[in-house]
Design a protein around this ligand. Structure first.
Ligand code: SME
Length: 151
């Protein structure tokens, strides 16, 4: 079944409407996406603290609490400030295994005033995420960033 991305984006916009707190909105976005996407075993946020990305709200198995910036998929995407899609994580040098079920992954970095981090989405299937999926997660991050206060 094809995922209705325009509908999900509308629902996500409504979900964060009226709330500016970065943790509350990250928590609800993680829950909503995890329960509405097929073949996703982990989905959540890491936030920058100094040289690390520190675990934030997520759904899935317990995960690594700190990821060094510049290492692994999340740390590389954050250092480059570019969405990174990995079709087979076992072939990504330096990939950090938190859940051994994860086989492919997409990571979208963001920076907004004092809040910076990544949205990380993992799948138990190889090659789960194409360019349209990555573009969807970039829109999700846009909605998340727009929801936050600017002061
Ligand atoms: N695989 C990630 C680590 C985070 S977890 O998968 C939740 C990475 O290499 O950055």
């Amino acid at each position: 079944m094809k995922t209705d991305y325009p509908l999900l984006l509308q629902q996500l916009t409504a979900l964060v409407k009226g709330e500016q707190d970065f943790l509350a909105n990250a928590a609800n976005l993680s829950s909503f996406l995890y329960h509405n996407l097929a073949a996703v075993n982990w989905l959540g946020f890491y936030f920058q603290q100094g040289e690390d990305l520190v675990l934030g709200p997520f759904h899935g198995q317990p995960a690594c609490t700190r990821l060094p910036i510049g290492q692994g998929v999340c740390g590389t995407a954050f250092a480059d400030q570019k969405t990174l899609t990995v079709a087979d994580v076992s072939k990504f040098t330096g990939h950090i295994y938190c859940d051994s079920a994860s086989q492919s992954e997409v990571v979208v970095p963001f920076k907004h005033h004092k809040i910076a981090g990544v949205l990380d989405v993992d799948s138990p299937e190889l090659n789960r995420f194409n360019a349209a999926d990555a573009a969807f997660f970039e829109r999700v991050v846009d909605i998340y960033i727009d929801s936050m206060a600017t002061d």
